[in-house]
Design a protein around this ligand. Structure first.
Ligand code: C5P
Length: 326
């Protein structure tokens, strides 16, 4: 386009991400110097600006750089702290540019922020609990934790103080979320109970083991021709929250391989829920491990909302919207 180019870009962009942001560029930004294409655009844009400082650790710690960062923060510029590790100059320290995926997740998080759950406290559980057999073995299930982690991310993005109580998973803790790692159903119950009174909502996406081993062996059990494990029932965490519900909203999940809706309606009543997210895990593009899900929301009074197949992040966003509506 024949246009004043720095202004054309500055009005066209939805966001500016300066990665890496050098000490020099941060100084220019803080002091309004506009002597090249980037610094000029940064002065001309009204879009959100994200900076990822990356430099030698002494430069990063220098009061000038820190003051410039604090000036920029004060003006609403988003700053991502650099990682620590081996730097380009050969020394170890703080100053590494974070992984591009981490940068984009951070930018996405801020660009998608809403105030749907501002000021609320939300507990989200995730993952499959591990029930010990002996010091080296346990019983678990196929839950990957992906659905619960997506819900936690979307709750934080909606402005809620979000506490993720998670069984061990391979997933990174979502941005803006406080995470407590637990192993067994008993530990998960204790962690959730300790926050319940102050919580505004609990979203139980965890696949809690229904049983645990009656007597956990102190030492590794030796091989035998056959072996019998006696199992005892775990407490139903969600049902016990439902029993003593006051102001809290409770959302449960139900994974079934048949009659999803019939079982779902029953669970809403039995566990005193405000909403249940039901899914048929026998479908290949829904449920365990995959990144997509196909769910129905079931409400008390048997009202049902069927959602089409979509990414777990999109399902999570719908759940948070539904929670805000509740
Ligand atoms: O009865 P069912 O296990 O299908 O119910 C699933 C819902 O109940 C999920 O939200 C799950 O997190 C929760 N649950 C629980 N404690 C258990 C079993 C399930 O909180 N012991």
């Amino acid at each position: 386009d024949w246009n004043v180019e720095h202004i054309a870009y500055a009005t066209w962009a939805d966001a500016y991400v300066v990665a890496p942001a050098t000490a020099n560029m941060l100084a220019k930004m803080a002091h309004g110097i506009a002597d090249d294409m980037l610094s000029t655009q940064l002065l001309a844009t009204t879009a959100p600006v994200f900076v990822c400082p990356a430099m030698n650790s002494n430069m990063y710690a220098h009061p000038t750089v820190q003051e410039n960062l604090s000036t920029l923060r004060g003006r609403g510029v988003h700053v991502l702290e650099p990682d620590s590790g081996l730097l380009a100059c050969g020394v170890e320290g703080k100053g590494r540019l974070p992984d591009p995926q981490k940068i984009m997740d951070w930018v996405d998080f801020h660009l998608g922020k809403t105030e749907l759950l501002e000021g609320k406290i939300v507990i989200v559980s995730a993952g499959g609990t591990q029930e010990a057999i002996d010091p080296v073995r346990y019983i678990t299930n196929r839950s990957s934790g992906k659905m619960g982690y997506a819900v936690a991310l979307k709750a934080a993005q909606a402005g809620a103080k979000t506490i993720l109580v998670s069984a061990p998973t391979d997933l990174a803790v979502p941005i803006g979320v406080e995470c407590i790692i637990v192993r067994s159903a008993t530990e998960m119950k204790e962690a959730i109970d300790s926050y319940y009174d102050s919580a505004d909502a609990v979203i139980m996406a965890a696949a809690v083991a229904d049983y645990r081993v009656a007597e956990v062996a102190d030492n590794k059990i030796k091989k035998q021709e056959t072996m019998t494990l006696e199992l005892v029932k775990n407490p139903d965490i969600l049902a016990s929250l439902g029993d003593r519900k006051e102001h809290q909203k409770l959302i449960g999940f139900a994974a079934e391989t048949q009659d999803v809706i019939t079982y779902g309606k029953e669970k809403v009543r039995k566990k005193n829920l405000d909403m249940l997210v039901a899914n048929d895990v026998s479908k290949s593009n829904a449920g365990f491990d995959v990144d997509t899900n196909e769910v129905s929301f079931i409400y008390p009074g048997d009202q049902i909302v069927n959602l089409p197949n979509m990414s777990k992040l999109d399902v999570a966003e719908r759940i948070i919207q539904a929670l805000a509506d509740l």
